[in-house]
Write a protein that binds this ligand. Structure first.
Ligand SMILES: Cc1cc2nc3c(=O)[nH]c(=O)nc-3n(C[C@H](O)[C@H](O)[C@H](O)COP(=O)(O)OP(=O)(O)OC[C@H]3O[C@@H](n4cnc5c(N)ncnc54)[C@H](O)[C@@H]3O)c2cc1C
Length: 425
């Protein structure tokens, strides 16, 4: 594998190609232009649609409150006005380093196009993980990753009982929305808590009670063994203990896998995603990868991949700086949100490696709960349920590197905003 010279020494490219045209790619293009870049910017997207926001697909769009138009990341005229070449309906099949930059081959409308660019950014995102159980190839076993999936799901929401396999963010958001539309919903989760990889036990317990309160049947510790069909379609989901849960539609929400095929062609290191450094550079020191397709290394050496709009946006900002030879912006604390019915969850910081947890519940408004995570007596992350003001204060504190101890935040009679306020000297 050849390693090119340090990216900061590279000249500003005359042309930049981004594979993918979603949150990360569109934000990168926008940032390049707002930073004054006048070279060519090309986004190549496999999807037919104009770039759109994914988070509403399981929430407002599915509920009918957002439309295809309000989903759009930018309106139709934006790309032409900003001289951003947007190629939709085109799958990039091959990327190859060349002396000048990169050769990109893509298929569009039955023909293959081969073009050269100075720099390459991979913003290929992730694909929904599929089930491989007997019966799971039935057309009414759905996943939700893109607008076409969402349309299939919307058609089935009122078609009879729905089973959601997987108590992760997408599954729970769909369950809550489907309930609000009157569907009979069962969530089956193999683990002993909801959102096992993402939140702590206290937040998970609260959300479990909330989903049950919405009328969703949540079955924990349940392992699906087969999608049972009959002549009319799907009849149910059989668990490994023999129980059968009735279903006309199954939504599989068991996570997503980074799309790394193109990175693998380039021979860069991939580990559950394209491995990148703090400058979003892959192991060849030249290819950039941003958003859901990228695997990061934490300051403790832990490898992790984030699937969030905030991460896509922050990495796009970093990549723009690297491409333009400017200093990288300081990254604020990573954050994420999930709306599940009337439950608004906001998370800031990275969970993992914590040594203590402090849960604060507003005595006057018990719906408002905050779980604070500490490592070595210093705040590292927080989960806020229905507490947007606390979230703002925590995000600001973690963003400016303030790491209070549990003792400093334990007095429940004083609001977090006050406890976390910067001290003016
Ligand atoms: C239903 C749902 C709800 C979500 N809710 C939230 C939320 O509440 N909060 C939050 O922070 N995040 C949420 N997310 C996650 C968020 O949407 C992602 O983190 C974000 O979309 C990542 O953007 P991205 O640009 O990295 O990748 P993606 O959005 O995955 O886009 C990658 C694009 O690249 C295209 N592509 C891949 N390979 C090729 C190729 N070879 N040629 C051409 N095109 C290619 C893909 O077709 C895709 O369009 C949600 C995601 C989903 C699916």
């Amino acid at each position: 594998m050849s390693v090119s010279k340090d990216a900061s020494e590279a000249p500003v490219p005359r042309s930049i190609v981004v594979v993918g045209a979603s949150h990360a790619a569109v934000h990168l293009a926008d940032r390049l232009r707002s930073e004054g870049y006048t070279g060519d910017v090309t986004l190549i997207s496999h999807e037919q649609h104009l770039p759109y926001q994914r988070p509403p697909l399981s929430k407002a769009w599915l509920e009918g409150e957002a439309t295809d138009e309000t989903l759009l990341l930018r309106d139709r005229t934006y790309y032409a006005n900003e001289r951003i070449e947007l190629i939709t309906g085109a799958r990039v099949q091959k990327v190859e380093r060349e002396s000048r930059g990169v050769r990109v081959d893509y298929a569009r409308q039955g023909s293959c196009v081969s073009r050269e660019f100075d720099r390459l950014v991979l913003a290929t995102g992730a694909r929904a993980r599929r089930l491989t159980l007997p019966g799971s190839d039935h057309r009414d076993v759905l996943v939700l990753r893109d607008l076409d999936h969402a349309r299939q799901l919307a058609e089935r929401v009122r078609a009879g009982p729905m089973v959601v396999i997987g108590g992760g963010f997408v599954g729970l958001e769909v369950a809550a929305t489907a309930r609000s539309l009157g569907a009979e919903v069962t969530v089956i989760e193999a683990g002993t808590q909801l959102l096992g990889r993402a939140v702590g036990a206290s937040t998970a317990e609260t959300l479990l009670a909330a989903h049950r309160g919405m009328g969703t049947d949540v079955v924990l510790g349940a392992v699906p063994a087969e999608i049972v069909r009959d002549d009319d379609g799907i009849r149910g989901v059989r668990l490994d203990d023999g129980r059968e849960i009735p279903a006309a539609t199954v939504l599989v929400g068991i996570g997503a896998e980074a799309r790394t095929e193109l990175a693998e062609q380039l021979g860069v290191v991939c580990d559950g995603g394209v491995l990148v450094d703090g400058q979003c550079l892959a192991s060849d020191g030249w290819t950039l990868a941003i958003g859901d397709c990228a695997t990061h290394v934490s300051h403790t050496g832990r490898r992790f991949r984030l699937e969030s709009v905030d991460n896509a946006t922050e990495q796009a900002n970093t990549a723009a700086a690297v491409l333009l030879g400017k200093p990288c912006p300081r990254r604020s604390a990573p954050w994420f949100w999930s709306d599940q019915g009337d439950q608004k969850l906001q998370i800031v910081g990275l969970l993992g490696g914590h040594t203590s947890v402090l849960v604060r519940v507003d005595p006057e408004k018990p719906r408002r709960r905050v779980a604070l995570y500490f490592a070595d007596n210093a705040l590292i992350a927080a989960e806020c349920l229905n507490s947007p003001a606390d979230f703002v204060a925590l995000r600001s504190a973690l963003g400016r590197g303030y790491r209070p101890s549990p003792e400093m935040l334990s007095d429940n009679t004083i609001g977090l905003k006050k406890l976390l306020m910067p001290v003016r000297s």
